[in-house]
Write a protein that binds this ligand. Structure first.
Ligand code: PLP
Length: 405
């Protein structure tokens, strides 16, 4: 399939939502860091109370931080009056040691959204497009907007099957790409791009092009991690976040892993600031706990498998996800199903313009997924009763899905 050039760099996110995000930011500092939470909020009915209902729309982890992470935060709290920069270095050094990297190739941030944005700002431009998969995570496209970089969206290969990044087409999309963005597993599909294809991307990218490998969901999958490309000195930046498997989205911690000269370029936009010591303590406790990744990967994987098996048995098609989210084909405008579910206080996730009949579902707890199944069955059973409810929840039905221009 042919790539689609999106000159605005953005889609599926309303102008109004954008302004809501940017409101209050001065004209001098008007580059918002848009995260999954913001994108989910933009499609949520205004009345949705985060403390009520079931929220499986933002790829959050309902388990929250691990017990060890909670203890580490409590222990460090009395020292909260200090900056404690050494904790940042300690986290980078600890991660580097575990992964066999040099400590100066690891830079902590308050989440991985910042280095994701900064990488695009640093390496894309008017003649250096951003190449992304479609559907894919939108945040880098918004960053491209601020450096006037064209965005080239390349449809996922085999969309009804493996739904991997189409690396050959991504490489062919431009002779001067600034950044080729690979999200592995992909948000929103949860699908994997193979090691061989990632190698192909790195080998085939023109010199100076950055292959940005976003591993936000890597721990939930069997996908091969890409840190060794950093060790080999390639033009690769790998991103990790503590927001997903580690359950720290509200605590905020992420890492950029790359050659020190590449890190210096993204750090020129930010990355020198003092980070919350609670988040640093929780992150260190998380990565040094040998049981955490396997236990959570197993639990979330089981709940995902149960949900996918149930949907398949009911005749619904889903993407073959290895993550905490998947796409579900509802065979009618996804927006209608999202609205009907929201009317039942079940907030499911977003719709990508490229796949308008599909909705993204985040894997929640067993109880949350049981509630999802019940509501989904009700909504889809009567179909017209559930799907054409009048009126649509306030804020959803009237929200235009225009491009920012
Ligand atoms: N990358 C991807 C693919 C994501 O889905 C997210 C959040 O959902 C992020 C990066 C950024 O997460 P955070 O800023 O919370 O670390």
């Amino acid at each position: 399939m042919n790539p689609v050039v999106d000159p605005t760099g953005c889609s599926g996110f309303s102008r109004r939502s954008f302004f809501r995000v940017a409101a209050g930011v001065s004209a001098l500092a008007s580059i918002p860091i848009l995260t999954e939470a913001r994108f989910a909020l933009a499609e949520r009915p205004k009345f949705a109370d985060p403390n009520k209902g079931i929220h499986i729309d933002a790829n959050e982890n309902p388990l929250g931080p691990s017990d060890n992470a909670r203890k580490a935060m409590a222990d460090v709290l009395p020292r909260g009056g200090r900056y404690l920069f050494n904790m940042q270095e300690d986290l980078a050094a600890t991660f580097a040691k575990i992964e066999g990297l040099s400590p100066d190739s690891v830079l902590p941030f308050a989440g991985s959204s910042e280095p994701l944005h900064y990488t695009v700002l640093a390496f894309c431009g008017k003649n250096k497009p951003l190449i992304v998969a479609d559907p894919g995570y939108e945040a880098p496209m918004w960053a491209a907007k601020f450096v006037d970089a064209p965005v080239i969206k390349v449809p996922l290969a085999d969309p009804k099957g493996a739904a991997s990044h189409d690396i050959k087409a991504m490489l062919a999309a431009s002779s001067t790409p600034g950044v080729i963005y690979i999200c592995n597993p992909n948000n929103p599909t949860g699908t994997i791009t193979s090691r061989a294809e990632i190698e192909r991307a790195i080998a085939g990218a023109p010199k100076g092009t950055i292959v940005l490998i976003d591993e936000a969901y890597i721990h939930l999958s069997d996908a091969a991690p890409s840190l060794d490309f950093v060790k080999e000195g390639k033009d690769v930046i790998v991103l990790r976040t503590f927001s997903k498997l580690y359950g720290m989205a509200g605590i905020r911690m992420g890492l950029a892993i790359a050659r020190p000269d590449l890190l210096a370029k993204i750090a020129s936009f930010g990355g020198q600031n003092s980070l919350p010591i609670t988040a640093l303590a929780a992150a260190k406790a998380s990565i040094t706990d040998p049981d955490l990744v396997p236990a959570r990967k197993k639990l979330i994987g089981e709940i995902r498998a149960e949900t996918l098996a149930w949907l398949t048995a009911q005749g619904w098609a889903t993407t073959p996800s290895q993550s905490n989210c998947f796409m579900l084909d509802v065979r009618r405008p996804g927006k209608e199903v999202l609205a009907a579910m929201a009317a039942k206080d079940i907030y499911i996730g977003r719709i990508w313009p490229a796949w308008p009949t599909q909705v993204r579902i985040t894997v929640g707890t067993r109880d949350e997924m049981a509630a999802f199944r019940k509501a989904f069955q009700e909504v889809m059973a009567g179909s017209t009763a559930g799907l054409v409810p009048a009126p649509l929840p306030r804020g959803l039905g009237d929200r235009p899905f225009t491009h920012l221009s």
